[in-house]
Design a protein around this ligand. Structure first.
Ligand SMILES: [Zn+2]
Length: 270
């Protein structure tokens, strides 16, 4: 599932290309992906504006005050193409622009969700109103204050979208590894320095991942690696050596969610 670094790379790629580019045609192969009353075809003739992100949602402003909102969920993938480029398998939403480009969206499991709503209607989007502040918009003090209200395990707290929006299963593992905090460590037992360390590790991981993902999307958004995850240091790297200490990465799978960590760098009994 795309998380902040992935979606930021997509946002950065799309922003200059969508801005001021009139929509000339839309094509939706699976209408149920569009969860709003307004259908995408009402975008034809309109110009798209700035692209922003909140948590795991991408939002594109429309020149009439509406916003086009997408949550790509597990398998949503974007492709910036020209009309003559071969369509990728599973392409199910397409926007054609006046400059001859197309924004195509494929979704193998068709779990992604699209909405076209007035800017004041964002709360109609499921889960939107309960979203906490975006992780990139949160200051260190806000992070610390929010953390005080949580007593659960570090991984669960970092992926709790009501506390902090935009971190998922993969990057929570990376952040905890960077911060040397065990995923099952209860956040209530972390001292202030460790809490600050968690916040700083989050930014360190995002800063580290940014250029890698920007390079990954530079050829037209479509990811060569379906999971966008080859570069990660611990997530889905079970039994590979920890890049810091060389000990084998440990994996735990719980209700199909994999958690990976280094028991040497991230001991539980600190
Ligand atoms: Zn290690």
């Amino acid at each position: 599932m795309p998380e902040i670094p992935d979606l930021e790379a997509i946002r950065g790629f799309l922003a200059p290309r969508l801005q001021g580019n009139p929509v000339v045609r839309t094509d939706v192969r699976y209408p149920w992906l569009i969860r709003s009353e307004d259908k995408l075809e009402t975008l034809v003739g309109h110009v798209l504006g700035p692209v922003r992100r909140h948590g795991k949602f991408l939002l594109v402003a429309v020149d009439d005050g509406r916003e086009l909102v997408v949550n790509p969920m597990l398998t949503g993938r974007f492709h910036w193409a020209t009309a003559s480029d071969r369509k990728r398998p599973g392409t199910c939403v397409l926007f054609a622009f006046e400059d001859g480009h197309e924004l195509r969206y494929s979704d193998a499991r068709r779990m992604g969700r699209w909405y076209l709503v007035g800017a004041s209607q964002l709360d109609l989007i499921p889960q939107w109103s309960s979203l906490g502040p975006d992780a990139l918009a949160m200051t260190e003090d806000e992070f610390l204050a929010g953390l005080k209200r949580h007593r659960g395990q570090a991984k669960n707290v970092l992926t709790n979208q009501e506390f902090i929006a935009g971190i998922g299963n993969a990057y929570s593992d990376e952040i905890l590894w960077e911060a040397r905090v065990h995923p099952h460590r209860r956040v209530a037992t972390l001292d202030e320095e460790q809490r600050r360390g968690l916040y700083r590790a989050m930014h360190a991981v995002f800063d580290w991942a940014r250029p890698i993902l920007e390079a990954e999307v530079a050829e037209g958004l479509y990811q060569r690696n379906e999971e966008w995850r080859d570069h990660l240091r611990v997530h889905r790297k079970a039994d590979e050596p920890c890049p810091r200490c060389g000990a084998p990465i440990k994996a735990q799978v719980q209700s199909s969610r994999e958690t990976d960590y280094c028991l040497t760098c991230q001991p539980l009994d600190l």
